[in-house]
Design a binder for this molecule. Structure first.
Ligand SMILES: C[S@@+](CC[C@H](N)C(=O)[O-])C[C@H]1O[C@@H](n2cnc3c(N)ncnc32)[C@H](O)[C@@H]1O
Length: 256
């Protein structure tokens, strides 16, 4: 713990404490055969985030939490490995592996410093894992390092406009149509009522970071929920998310 970066140590304690709240949502996702993404649970048939052929692919999920994304990929023939900073989240993931009869390696560690040699994976993926909880200037170059040439990085997190318009606390309600934070310089986020650290970059900074890490941007999928969609998260409303992208998915490929 002592040699962990400050934000990683804080996020470890935060996620260990939160893990109990993620068991039921984790089980719902493990039960689903078709992936359903993000806070709106948009089905893969609509979102089209995954490569069509995953059979035999070496995949790493960076910040896997309860590891349902890895489970979805394993059922499609991939060979996933999950890494997560929280031992408690991994305990839940291991319990689900037993419950659902699926086994793949799960590692306790920091996605900014992954214990694998260069060029070990065909796909690195993160849904609200490293994507928002790890420092992008560390985890994205690290993901690029462990990808094979031609390998793909896919990560999903909160949309940029959402990060600029969501109030500080859930009690203040969901994101509004008012910009309350600066776009320029956006990077590290802390909330008054949470002892955790998130990271969110603006578009130009993200494109430059991916490029300088040896990755070519292939797509930026701005997820839009269906009319009348609902979410269990109080900081987001369907009305807002129908007008602006509440979630961004970056797809990038390591230069061959
Ligand atoms: C919201 S969960 C993501 C998993 C799942 N897709 C989900 O949405 O429930 C966030 C996870 O990121 C993990 N995490 C945070 N910082 C991390 C880091 N530096 N390296 C690896 N995992 C990290 C947390 O421990 C937590 O389990």
């Amino acid at each position: 713990m002592a040699d962990l970066p400050e934000h990683v140590a804080r996020n470890r304690a935060y996620w260990d404490a939160m893990a109990g709240d993620w068991v039921a949502p984790g089980r719902r996702n493990w039960q689903q055969d078709e992936p359903h993404w993000g806070v709106w649970q948009i089905p893969e048939s609509e979102a089209k985030l995954l490569p069509t052929d995953l059979a035999g692919k070496d995949v790493i999920e960076l910040g896997c939490g309860t590891a349902y994304v890895s489970a979805w990929l394993a059922r499609r023939g991939a060979r996933p490995v999950g890494i997560d900073n929280s031992a408690k989240q991994l305990e839940t993931a291991r319990a689900f592996q037993r419950e659902f009869g699926l086994d793949f390696p799960l590692l306790h560690g920091n996605a900014e410093n992954v214990p694998f040699p260069d060029a070990s994976f065909d796909l690195a993926i993160s849904e609200y894992g490293a994507a928002i909880w790890a420092d992008p200037y560390k985890w994205i170059p690290e993901a690029a390092r462990i990808l094979r040439p031609g390998g793909q990085l896919i990560f999903l997190g909160n949309g940029v406009l959402f990060m600029l318009t969501v109030p500080d606390t859930d009690a203040e309600g969901p994101a509004t149509d008012r910009l309350i934070r600066d776009y320029f310089g956006m990077y590290r986020f802390e909330w008054p009522e949470e002892d955790s650290v998130e990271f969110h970059l603006g578009y130009g900074d993200m494109i430059r970071l991916l490029h300088s890490s040896g990755l070519e941007v292939e797509d930026l999928v701005e997820l839009r929920p269906a009319e009348g969609a609902t979410t269990r998260f109080p900081y987001m409303s369907a009305e807002w998310a129908r007008r602006w992208p509440s979630e961004d998915v970056w797809k990038a490929r390591k230069r061959a």
